[in-house]
Ligand binder design. Sequence first.
Ligand code: GLU
Length: 260
Amino acid sequence: MSDLSKFRRIVVKIGTSTLTHDEGHLNLRRIEALVKVLSDFKNAGRQVILVSSGAVSAGVAKLSTRRPINTAEKQAMAAIGQSELMKLYSRLFSDYGHTVAQILLTKDVIDQPDRRAAAEDTFSTLLGLGCIPIVNENDSVSTEGLNFGGNDTLSAYVALVCHADLLINLSDIDGLYDKDPRKFADARLIPEVSAIDDSVLAMAGGAGTARGTGGMATKLLAAKIVLDQGIPMFILNGQDPTVLYEILDGNRVGTYFAAR
Ligand code: GLU
């Protein structure tokens, strides 16, 4: 199952709680490690699409302000933080000889066939040019009806639009557990899931950390979206991004959601 060699086009999603320190500043050591691994994936002939959160947090950290409360403040923080994030990714990836390209999406792009087709063309052209698309929700202009409900869901749609071979969700937890490991010491990691049924959904707890928006429930929803289209997914702990090499080497880590 963990033979990553057959997966050529890979979407990697990383969440805010993994990208930032507890007080919200960007975790540079972790981001540098992630960029190095993804650059290596590229060097090994794979195509990489990165779905990165962290815009709101980076904006808050940049202004050294309190966490935004209302929507307008969050949207403003995202506008500030998104360019900070891209500046950093662009610099780090170019150190390894790679070019990044920013794509910001709102849900209407996925819902409207002509806009979705335009996005598909853009992704395919960028990948053909050897770029690494870096995707986030267009938080600064998205509205309730147009948002994805977090980047777990966004990453699943990106995998579909890019016709990816694999989606990897880098989280702040090792994978899916049979019960919440933060509450139960005897919680067991589930190494492989073959269908998102009621028994699997029952294992998901509530929301994640204070800085991230997702929890296990949104990750399982993302898994369902991609599995329905035949794309497998991993949930891995992104604390140490070199964990990505483990799947490359065929080692069992995280939870693998197998597609039929
Ligand atoms: N798009 C949001 C950001 O960049 C994060 C959404 C999420 O973490 O699910 O801050």
